[in-house]
Design a protein around this ligand. Structure first.
Ligand SMILES: *Cc1c(COP(=O)(O)O)cnc(C)c1O
Length: 455
């Protein structure tokens, strides 16, 4: 048997030339997104003031399985892709498990995460449409960074709304964005109407992704020549992120490896959706079976404790509504929650797949996540992002189950990024000051009671 190398690299020519749209193979399509004013399914015209034209087509396309990656995007991808698929031999040894563990590493670019895969695509379509610039929100900062890089590449203006707690905790992240020419505003801010409203209702709030989205959308529709760009949740983002899964599949196929379990952390669902898409396609077409596991923080558990219902995608209720697993658009994760994955909802694609029993979900507490991060960093050499470490936690747990049963399962997980800008959280962990917070049932019920009433 051929020895599997530590890193399976692909050649440039093996990179995918098309994105894969998993919706084409879904029997139950994600429910249509609704216009917040009329509560009717959105039309292309409704979305035009907010999103770039070509991205709207991608957002609404439930039927085309493969969509060409434009040449400019494909060439940009070559700067940092294909990304390696790593066999975690040292982690397997440390765990003394018969399981075979692989991870797809997306942290090999300055933004430090997979987000650049969609940022460059969205910036490209904005440029092609002749726009002046874009207005992203950013939570932990990776999307803003990725977009700043993509905008500077295409000469677009980039106005970032950054969740206030991250703006304060991650000044270096902010400076990376400014180095790439972006303008960064802490959210909620008094530069938008919705920001002023949120500040009035929740004085002293450290912000949330939902608030930042509302501000970024308002900035897009009130500034001529600007559009909003979102780094997760949307179906177009999962489409762009399918490069992760397509490369992973090509690399595994080269060595005849068939995974049993595929694991990803889930904030809005883009890396997980991208990683599992081609494998889910096989499952949906009845060709092969896999277990898919979404891993979310116990402090923001949309799949495991949320409700599958129509909800607003943002706190200010200016975005379209989407049917998804949600904790309610007003849900604010506890301030002690350290790393990312703070979004109240989940991709409509993943929500439908989860509702149909095609995917599993688990939630993990942050101290357990950082324990996994530390273990991984010490044996595999990479300092993982806290978000990615949710997937590491679940991969370790599955590998430990294999140790008990003696099963030689093959586990693949997405290592979405590096954690160099998360050292405040690591410091808390190292000083044994990190705590876990799990919202009570009544916290969640209270937030869910404000869901819009739509059948
Ligand atoms: C944004 C981010 C995530 C979570 O976003 P998804 O859309 O759920 O993938 C995970 N890991 C890293 C490093 C991120 O930057």
């Amino acid at each position: 048997m051929t020895k599997i190398p530590y890193k399976i690299y692909l050649e440039e020519k093996e990179m995918p030339k098309q994105w894969y749209n998993v919706r084409a193979d879904m029997k139950n399509k994600p429910a249509p997104i609704l216009n917040p004013a009329t509560l009717k399914p959105v039309t292309k015209e409704d979305l035009k003031p907010v999103f770039c034209d070509e991205l709207i087509d991608q957002e609404l396309d439930d039927t085309t399985p493969y969509i060409d990656i434009p040449e400019e995007i494909h060439t940009f991808y070559k700067m940092y892709r294909p990304s390696p698929l790593v066999r975690a031999y040292y982690l397997e040894k440390a765990l003394d498990t018969p399981a075979k563990i692989y991870y797809k590493f997306e942290g090999n670019n300055t933004s430090g995460s997979h987000k650049l895969n969609s940022a460059i695509a969205q910036a490209y379509y904005a440029k092609k449409q002749g726009l002046k610039g874009v207005t992203p929100e950013t939570g932990a900062g990776q999307w803003g960074t990725a977009l700043s890089m993509a905008c500077s590449f295409f000469g677009l203006d980039c106005k970032v709304y950054m969740v206030k707690v991250s703006y304060e905790q991650k000044p270096f992240r902010r400076e990376v964005m400014r180095t790439y020419g972006a303008d960064v505003t802490p959210s909620p801010s008094n530069t938008t109407q919705v920001g002023r409203q949120i500040l009035e209702e929740f004085p002293g709030t450290t912000g949330s992704l939902g608030c930042a989205i509302s501000e970024a959308v308002e900035a897009a529709v009130t500034n001529e020549g600007y559009r909003y760009v979102l780094g997760s949740v949307l179906s177009q983002v999962l489409l762009h992120q399918s490069v992760i899964g397509l490369e992973t599949k090509t690399a595994l196929d080269k060595y005849g490896i068939v995974p049993d379990i595929i694991i990803g952390c889930a904030g809005g669902g883009s890396n997980l959706g991208g990683l599992i898409s081609p494998f889910m396609g096989e499952k949906l077409r009845g060709e092969r079976d896999y277990r898919f596991i979404a891993v979310e923080p116990a402090s923001c558990p949309s799949l495991t404790r949320g409700k599958y219902a129509y909800d607003y995608c943002d706190t200010g209720k200016v975005c379209p509504l989407q049917k998804m697993y949600t904790l309610g658009s007003g849900f604010m994760p506890s301030a002690n929650h350290a790393g990312g994955l703070r979004y109240h909802g989940m991709s409509s694609i993943l929500s439908q797949l989860y509702a149909d029993g095609l995917m599993e979900a688990v939630s993990v507490e942050q101290t357990a996540v950082f324990e996994a991060a530390q273990k991984f960093a010490r044996v595999e050499g990479i300092l993982p992002a806290p978000e990615s470490s949710h997937a590491i936690r679940a991969a370790i747990d599955e590998a430990l189950k294999c140790k008990e049963t003696g099963e030689e399962k093959t586990i693949v997980f997405g290592l979405t990024g590096t954690g160099y800008f998360d050292m405040t959280a690591y410091q808390k962990f190292n000083d044994h000051e990190m705590t876990d917070y799990i919202p009570s049932d009544s916290d969640i019920e209270k937030s869910l009671s404000k869901l819009p009433k739509i059948d």
